[in-house]
Design a protein around this ligand. Structure first.
Ligand SMILES: N#Cc1ccc(Nc2nc(N)cc(-n3cnc(CCO)c3)n2)cc1
Length: 286
């Protein structure tokens, strides 16, 4: 279910950091097509050798996504397995992960943020129609293909990355993903369903409107578990309609979370609200 890429057709260049148990590099892949040599920029995602035992869930998660194509879903060219190295070869997305961009950028306009939120909601709607659960929606897994002019609100373009880790049935890993992981999944990973992506969408919306800051940042694991045990909500924005949408998505009853269509409808009404005009360019967070 994956295109296999020959290791010798790949070139590694600079390291770009790491995900939960992966290392990522900029690179290129070489194809010979109708007698011509084509070099394509790629992102090489290496799975740590000592996590080999979960490489099948790593690839299963990604192959899930590569069986469908959508403008807001990352394109995976294939995988390359060579000795102890498992590498996923992805299209290279120009501006990298959204969380880092938001932390770096500081001031992006409300309309820019709502545009990103709508694109994510449409990707989720597409997955929902295919009954596919992503399982790891968060700002770190949103890639910015086009910045747009953030302060002028000219439009960004995002792509949803592969889920990477959620399918690894490790208790500790799911705990680390509080508050993106839905409460019902925490104790029972097999309860990963479509509604879980709605919960994560709410947490990602919170990140988007809080400068890319991780929700519950700084809380230790004990406090994070208490957040779920005491049915807490994230600190709400002063924009009540936005705060309402976030808390609807982060409903502790999965069945009560809104459908993607409802999420898109509510985002559309946020876009037309006068709050957007009043907050054209968000002031730098103090
Ligand atoms: N400076 C810089 C810079 C860094 C990266 C990219 N491009 C790119 N393309 C992808 N396909 C995936 C990722 N990526 C980033 N972080 C993760 C792990 C969390 O998902 C994946 N980055 C472009 C510019």
């Amino acid at each position: 279910q994956f295109h296999m890429i020959k290791y010798e057709d790949l070139r590694w260049s600079e390291s770009l950091g790491q995900g939960s148990f992966t290392r990522i590099f900029k690179g290129s892949k070489i194809d010979i097509r109708d007698g011509e040599r084509h070099v394509t920029d790629v992102l090489l995602k290496e799975l740590d050798a000592n996590h080999k035992n979960c490489w099948e869930s790593f690839f299963e998660a990604a192959s899930l996504m590569s069986q469908i194509s959508h403008k807001h879903l990352l394109l995976v060219y294939g995988i390359s397995v060579h000795r102890s190295k498992n590498v996923m070869v992805q299209e290279f997305i120009k501006c990298g992960a959204l969380d880092l961009f938001l932390k770096r950028e500081g001031s992006v306009s409300v309309s820019w943020k709502l545009d990103v939120a709508k694109q994510l909601a449409s990707a989720l709607n597409f997955l929902e129609e295919k009954n596919i659960t992503h399982g790891n929606i968060c700002a770190k897994n949103l890639l910015l293909a086009r910045e747009g002019d953030a302060s002028q609100g000219s439009s960004p373009f995002i792509k949803l990355s592969d889920p990477e880790s959620i399918h690894a049935h490790w208790e500790w890993l799911r705990k680390v993903m509080i508050p993106w992981v839905a409460p019902e999944v925490l104790e029972a990973p097999e309860r990963l369903e479509l509604e879980c992506d709605k919960w994560s969408f709410g947490a990602t919306l919170w990140e988007l409107f809080n400068g890319g800051q991780a929700p519950l940042q700084g809380l230790d694991l004990e406090r994070k578990l208490q957040f779920y045990e005491t049915y807490k909500q994230l600190p709400s924005s002063e924009w009540t309609e936005l705060a309402d949408l976030i808390s609807q998505c982060m409903n502790y009853q999965p069945a009560f979370r809104p459908s993607c269509r409802s999420i898109i409808r509510q985002l559309n009404s946020l876009i037309t609200s006068d709050y957007v005009i009043l907050h054209a360019a968000e002031p730098l967070p103090d």
